[in-house]
Design a protein around this ligand. Structure first.
Ligand SMILES: Cc1cc2nc3c(=O)[nH]c(=O)nc-3n(C[C@H](O)[C@H](O)[C@H](O)COP(=O)(O)OP(=O)(O)OC[C@H]3O[C@@H](n4cnc5c(N)ncnc54)[C@H](O)[C@@H]3O)c2cc1C
Length: 386
């Protein structure tokens, strides 16, 4: 067992750390209050190569794999969960292309996406379903050699930017669930205003409406009827990415809270001298450590067992459910270390707490993650731990 980062992981981590310190940290307030994530920061994110971290070098990526990606997201979220979420929602359609696109689609969508030429979207959730793929209502009607997509999707990230959107729809004639690639802002595409949400303010979500949006056979991702597999396969990596984001928020909060205990004085002594404060910091540190270890282990498994998507999904669902709830609990513990200052925005902890509240409700509800993982473990003949 080796807990040391290899050369590529070390250099990518350093690049992410430098990027976030230089480009994101000084603009936290702007990101928090702007209507959209600043375009120039996104551009620098792409130019630093951060969008390409998981993908092969021959496609313009860094070839870092998923452990490296988790390390990058954690580093960024330690400072800004919004910036890390932006990167994560860009990865989702790119992961779908990386896993399922044919050669032409790879060149058309994946390669420019890695360069950051666009911000893609991945649209599964609907007004009637987030957790249950069988309740999908969006349909694709066939006429001649074209398909016409109608329906609506809910809470879709990046929907207001140009680029491709992976859309899940049931084919009307066969009932098969298929993934289609739609160019946003084509005829029949429209969207709502962004939702007002409690946090992750740099990463907007919208309702998206499809009114007979025309796509061709060349826009089918994977095979007809492969939609659920593509959903499960892609979101397996999405759950890993969001686990990294929320581990990063815990880490950042832990650092803020620890620093505060050394600065805040009571009777000429820092509160870090109080045993109760030390005990609380130790408890928070143990939570962060356990999230980090779970994250790195499952990310390393995702690299090692690439192709065994059920196994990867089990691991990422397992930690997504666990880390989501742990992040909320731990960030609130950090906030309480600061007392009344914790709820004021000057110390940033209230932002970290608000960001972590999204954790159990994004990329699958936390309860559902436990059902997925528990179902896999109990159905399998092999022991989960070898
Ligand atoms: C910031 C943000 C960005 C997002 N971006 C995207 C995006 O880009 N693309 C996209 O497709 N979606 C996106 N989503 C949607 C997100 O993935 C879903 O909200 C999430 O999967 C949960 O679905 P839901 O809200 O419909 O909850 P529901 O499925 O309605 O669940 C509500 C509650 O019921 C429980 N529940 C539901 N079904 C069961 C069951 N069978 N058994 C037991 N309990 C159950 C859940 O555990 C949960 O507590 C985003 C959401 C947010 C907050």
């Amino acid at each position: 067992m080796d807990f040391k980062l290899n050369d590529i992981q070390q250099s990518v981590r350093d690049a992410a750390r430098e990027f976030v310190a230089k480009e994101v940290a000084p603009r936290i307030d702007e990101i928090e209050h702007a209507e959209a994530f600043p375009e120039d920061i996104f551009r620098k994110m792409a130019d630093t190569g951060l969008i390409g971290v998981p993908y092969p070098e021959e496609l313009g990526g860094i070839g870092g794999g998923y452990l490296c990606t988790a390390i990058v997201l954690e580093e960024i979220a330690r400072v800004s969960a919004s910036a890390a979420t932006l990167l994560t929602v860009c990865y989702l359609p790119l992961d779908a292309f990386h896993l399922y696109a044919n050669d032409a689609q790879t060149q058309k969508y994946l390669v420019p996406g890695i360069r950051g030429d666009y911000r893609g979207s991945f649209a599964f959730t609907e007004p009637d379903t987030g957790s249950d793929p069988k309740q999908l209502k969006t349909v694709a009607r066939k006429e001649g050699d074209k398909y016409y997509i109608s329906g609506s999707k809910r809470f879709i990230s990046n929907a207001a930017y140009n680029g491709p959107m992976v859309v899940f729809a049931n084919e009307k004639e066969t009932g098969l669930c298929t993934a289609f690639i739609v160019d946003k802002f084509c005829k029949g595409y429209s969207l709502s205003k962004p939702y007002e949400k409690v946090s992750l303010h740099g990463s907007n979500v919208y309702d998206v409406f499809f009114d007979e949006v025309e796509v061709g056979e060349e826009d089918v991702l994977g095979e007809h009827g492969q939609g659920f597999d593509i959903l499960i396969g892609t979101t397996a990596y999405g759950k890993l990415a969001f686990s990294a984001v929320f581990t990063g928020t815990m880490w950042g909060s832990f650092e803020l809270a620890t620093r505060y205990t050394k600065e805040k004085m009571h009777r000429d002594k820092p509160i870090s001298k109080f045993p109760t404060v030390q005990s609380r910091i130790a408890q928070i540190g143990a939570n962060v450590l356990s999230a980090k270890m779970c994250l790195y282990k499952v990310a390393a498994d995702a690299d090692e067992f690439a192709g065994d998507i059920r196994r990867i999904q089990c691991g990422t669902a397992l930690i997504k459910g666990y880390i989501s709830d742990l992040a909320v609990e731990t960030n609130v513990m950090c906030l309480n270390v600061l007392g009344a200052y914790g709820v004021c925005d000057e110390y940033q902890l209230e932002r970290m707490v608000r960001d972590s509240l999204v954790a159990p409700n994004i990329e699958g509800a936390a309860d559902i993650q436990r059902i997925i993982a528990g179902g896999y473990i109990t159905r399998s003949d092999k022991p989960y731990f070898e």
